[in-house]
Write a protein that binds this ligand. Structure first.
Ligand SMILES: Cc1ncc(COP(=O)(O)O)c(C=O)c1O
Length: 393
């Protein structure tokens, strides 16, 4: 009997995740893993002990499909406290299994076959696959860096990307992997396009609290009337160093949240009851927690940034997130990021991620020479990485 190919045609052409290959390489070689973006330190003790208490108290069964009421309330308070946005916790907030499930729910709940979604690339690795699963089409607008300057888009390219089939713009700010924090002007440009063509925005803001220097995160929902056209997504993973808990949320007008929920309930229904309650504790921490989180991360950024600069890897200074994108062409003959990343453990005992995999297949050449390093690591880990980069220089 001949075996029929099992993989749906929608996912043909999407390879295995590069994160698996690079993490295996780190384990096999003992290299420092600056590839995958997860902290190797814990979240705030109040949040950790809140989860332990919830488990000990027996709060371990299914939560309501839309999420634990106290977390929905805490998300609503958080949106109002930090961004001045008001959401009804009972109809405009949905708790999800990480931001990932909120993004999946929004795309699969809203798109019809053939709908186009404009994405800024390089793009987070699940976006293109999810759009394909929804039988949609990802239309890339490339963020480019001129001679080491901040990555940004060309407004004309954005305007030209719109067609009669465009349904949504999928935005991510602060942006992984470039570290760009979209400015008010850039967001206004996007909002103008959205309103002119009656589109919606799916806004992935998981790094909302991780901004540096004078960069300020601005949710696109705060621009003009965009609240009514935007589904804003975030999660507790990055803000409370609890990426394994996978507690996320989506906020938006009732019809967009409802559409997201209709798809989301088919994936997991709901999950993480004791962790939902603990993230509510985190969202209510005092301002000092959020300020210190960003300051500490900025110090870590600077350690790695200096080492990458000294190693002639031409890093672009990130304004947010916990990633640095470098241009390897000066240091690595041929400038192929994938080759570079496969050799880096032997060259200097570090693992990183080639950014080319974060571009749509037809545009991989745009990112061939970029490599992403994560700095959400303990200071000793980063100092050891800096030491290895210096020895290699
Ligand atoms: C831009 C972006 N969106 C979403 C996610 C996933 O978030 P979560 O772990 O809450 O599902 C990540 C995680 O790396 C990310 O970088």
């Amino acid at each position: 009997m001949t075996e029929k190919p099992a993989l749906t045609h929608r996912l043909q052409g999407f390879g295995a995740s590069i994160f698996g290959e690079m993490t295996a390489l780190a384990v096999a070689t003992g290299a420092i893993n600056l590839g995958q973006g997860f902290p190797n330190y814990d979240g705030p003790p109040e949040v950790l002990s809140a989860a332990q208490k919830q488990i000990a108290q027996g709060n371990n069964q299914y939560p309501p499909g839309i999420g634990v009421p106290d977390l929905r309330l805490a998300v609503s308070e958080h949106q109002s406290r930090f961004w001045g946005l008001t959401y009804d916790p009972d109809s405009e907030i949905l708790i999800t299994v990480g931001a990932s499930e909120a993004i999946a729910g929004a795309l699969l709940g809203i798109l019809n076959a053939g709908d186009e979604v404009i994405v800024f690339e390089p793009l987070f690795d699940t976006y293109a696959g999810l759009i394909a699963l929804a039988d949609g089409l990802a239309i890339p607008v490339t963020l480019r860096s001129n001679y080491g300057e901040r990555f940004q888009f060309d407004p004309d390219e954005l305007r030209k990307a719109v067609t009669p089939r465009t349904r949504a713009i999928l935005l991510n700010s602060p942006h992984n992997p470039t570290g760009t924090v979209f400015t008010r002007d850039e967001l206004q440009t996007i909002a103008d396009v959205v309103i002119a063509h009656d589109l919606i925005v799916i806004s992935d803001e998981v790094y909302e609290h991780l901004t540096f220097d004078h960069a300020q995160h601005i949710p696109i929902a705060t621009i003009g009337d965009m609240r009514d056209r935007t589904i804003t997504i975030s999660s507790g993973g990055k803000t409370f160093n609890t990426t394994g808990w996978k507690i996320g949320w989506a906020c938006g007008p009732r019809h967009l949240v409802h559409a997201t929920q209709m798809a989301k309930q088919l994936f997991t229904f709901a999950g993480g009851t004791p962790f939902q309650a603990a993230i509510a504790t985190g969202l209510r921490l005092p301002d000092s927690y959020f300020v210190t989180l960003a300051q500490d991360l900025q110090t870590k950024r600077d350690v790695l940034l200096t080492a990458l600069t000294e190693a002639d890897l031409n890093p672009v200074t990130p304004q947010g997130t916990y990633f640095i994108t470098t241009d390897i062409r000066q240091r690595f003959p041929g400038g192929d990021g994938l080759d570079f990343c496969r050799q880096l453990p032997d060259l200097c005992g570090i693992v990183a991620i080639p950014a080319s995999v974060l571009y749509t297949p037809e545009n991989q050449h745009e990112g061939e020479h970029y490599v992403r390093f994560a700095f959400c690591k303990q200071m000793e880990t980063l100092e050891e990485a800096a030491h290895r980069l210096r020895d290699w220089s």
